[in-house]
Design a protein around this ligand. Sequence first.
Ligand SMILES: Nc1nc2c(ncn2[C@@H]2O[C@H](COP(=O)(O)OP(=O)(O)OP(=O)(O)O)[C@@H](O)[C@H]2O)c(=O)[nH]1
Ligand SMILES: [Mg+2]
Length: 318
Amino acid sequence: MSWFKKIFGKDTKENLDKGLEKSNRSFFDKIGRAVAGKSKVDDEVLDDLEEVLISSDVGVETTVKVIRRIEERVARDKFMNTSELDQILREEIMNLLAENKDSDSDFSLSENKKPYVIMVVGVNGVGKTTTIGKLAHQFKQQGKKVVLGAADTFRAAAVDQLVIWSERVGVPIIKQEMGSDPASVAFDTVQSAKAQNADVVLIDTAGRLHNKINLMNELSKIKRVMQKVIPDAPHEVLLVLDGSTGQNAFEQAKQFTAATEVTSLAITKLDGTAKGGVVIGISDQFKIPVKYIGVGEGINDLQPFNKYEFVDSFFKKG
Ligand SMILES: Nc1nc2c(ncn2[C@@H]2O[C@H](COP(=O)(O)OP(=O)(O)OP(=O)(O)O)[C@@H](O)[C@H]2O)c(=O)[nH]1
Ligand SMILES: [Mg+2]
């Protein structure tokens, strides 16, 4: 059992079910329409099912794999009743995701990686700063000593926002003035964390710079400078994606992972959107593990991602 469940108990799953309510409802509405008036899963139902998956933001590549699996089953079983369809779909999606290497959902902090440096990246507005606040809270609950670094110096409000989180959680923050060099803030942060014998460092970065090349160069520079203090830092580069943007989240994952090294993903804002299917596609298609999902704006609304629980909630019949 993960530390998260020990702390948050059953509320976690309830929270997840609630967070996925919209995705779940919209999905079953579409399935219902796809099978309306039909008893047998035939080619037409399969075509409609393909549409359902694509319009549920599962992504084309993953949809094609799932449909192929169901076609094989239909060919084998001869007659498949449409009433079994959602159960079968659930099974095949589970099987597909199970083929991906399982990764431990929590970050593996260890004594010989101390402080464990997590650099948080992503385009503007996806939820980087909020995710840092929520993560800092979780680490603190675990008894870890956390230091935040305000390396998003692009906007004045960005630093203020992280300061608010540091006060809310009760952890120190290292910052400089707006417009100062982000790499210098990151350097100060890891140096201070090392001197304080901290366990975890969370570095906030800007999502918006003049252009993409600038952004990527800046991230590289932040890394290089931190390595002067801690040679193997950052231990994690966490890419935050806004789940409510559906296919855009896919695109951002593609672009970021091509341009810079990313070790883990967090998908936010799954509450209040019907685009939760994006998590299924992203965890199928990217080699990089989804580690966290955001299901609300509150301090406790970040969950370690568990694909089995996720699919279970996604397919839960209300
Ligand atoms: N509903 C919901 N809102 C979220 C979630 N995560 C973040 N938000 C909200 O999304 C908005 C943007 O979040 P930020 O954390 O400021 O995003 P950011 O990536 O740091 O943005 P920049 O600093 O502008 O690059 C805020 O209003 C957050 O409260 C989530 O899981 N669910
Ligand atoms: Mg921010």
